[in-house]
Write a protein that binds this ligand. Structure first.
Ligand code: CDP
Ligand code: CDP
Length: 231
């Protein structure tokens, strides 16, 4: 059977990565978290002083992009590929609110996008991939056989992300998480290069009132229907 490409875009904390992992596992596909790659560049910028006390040295970061090597390695204990920066596992380090508060500014930089999009296209060149992000159906894989665009109310998304951060042991408030989610929505949707927008041929799913199981069932059904149509 032919392998398809599944592109899942949408706003922060809509459940993209959760469902993308489940679908990839079910179909035996590769899952790629493109947001983790933007987070990895942000983490590098923070570690190397390009982002410091709200000052952002964009030129310095751009000059050093070649030094940033991002890779993924499957961890069978968690069941998905974790992200590595220059050989070091940074899967947990990139999920903090601090990284979240800068990542959208890093993702506005065209040189960063160009580097990461090239690598994402390499990951998906043979199909059989589920990738989630903001520009997967519009820029990275405009010919993806199945494109989804996920939405939910900002309050629902902030509640989900807040619970997740608390579970991971972070000290955050719901208000700060909501503010971050709304700020990123705005920057991601309004940037000049590859803004977050629904591809014309994407199927929109509002999961404000959907459980993880309902969301998985619906998307698996769409994937199976797409596979049947694809020869
Ligand atoms: O998981 P969450 O929705 O919070 O975000 P993410 O998928 O980890 O992405 C973090 C940030 O990276 C987004 O807010 C975007 O600024 C950027 N991003 C992007 O510009 N393009 C992508 N394909 C993926 C992420
Ligand atoms: O990748 P993205 O930022 O879109 O979202 P995620 O990391 O997959 O999901 C954010 C949180 O929302 C996770 O803790 C999910 O379990 C939760 N979630 C949920 O409870 N119900 C949904 N329908 C979707 C996500």
């Amino acid at each position: 059977m032919k392998s398809i490409t599944i592109a899942i875009d949408g706003f922060s904390s809509t459940g993209k990565s959760t469902v993308a992992k489940q679908i990839a596992k079910h179909l035996g596909y590769v899952y790629v978290d493109s947001g983790a790659m933007y987070r990895a560049v942000t983490y590098y910028a923070m570690q190397h002083g390009f982002i410091d006390n709200n000052h952002f040295n964009i030129e310095g970061l751009v000059e050093n992009l070649k030094a940033i090597i991002i890779s993924f390695k499957f961890n069978k204990d968690v069941g998905f590929a974790e992200v590595y920066l220059n050989g070091v596992n940074i899967e947990d380090d990139i999920r903090t609110l601090e990284v979240s508060s800068f990542v959208s500014k890093v993702a506005e930089i065209s040189e960063v996008r160009q580097k990461l999009v090239e690598q994402q296209q390499q990951f998906g060149k043979d199909g059989g991939v589920v990738m989630d992000g903001r520009d997967i159906g519009t820029v990275v894989f405009p010919n993806a056989e199945l494109k989804l665009f996920m939405t939910a109310s900002a309050e629902t998304r902030a509640e989900r992300r807040y619970s997740e951060l608390i579970e991971r042991g972070n000290t955050v408030t719901y208000e700060d998480v909501l503010q971050n989610v709304q700020e990123r929505d705005y920057i991601d949707s309004n940037r000049e290069d590859s803004p977050l927008t629904k591809a014309k041929d994407a199927i929109q799913i509002d999961n404000s009132n959907m459980s993880l199981q309902e969301q998985f069932d619906k998307i698996l059904q769409l994937a199976k229907a797409t596979l049947e149509k694809t020869v």
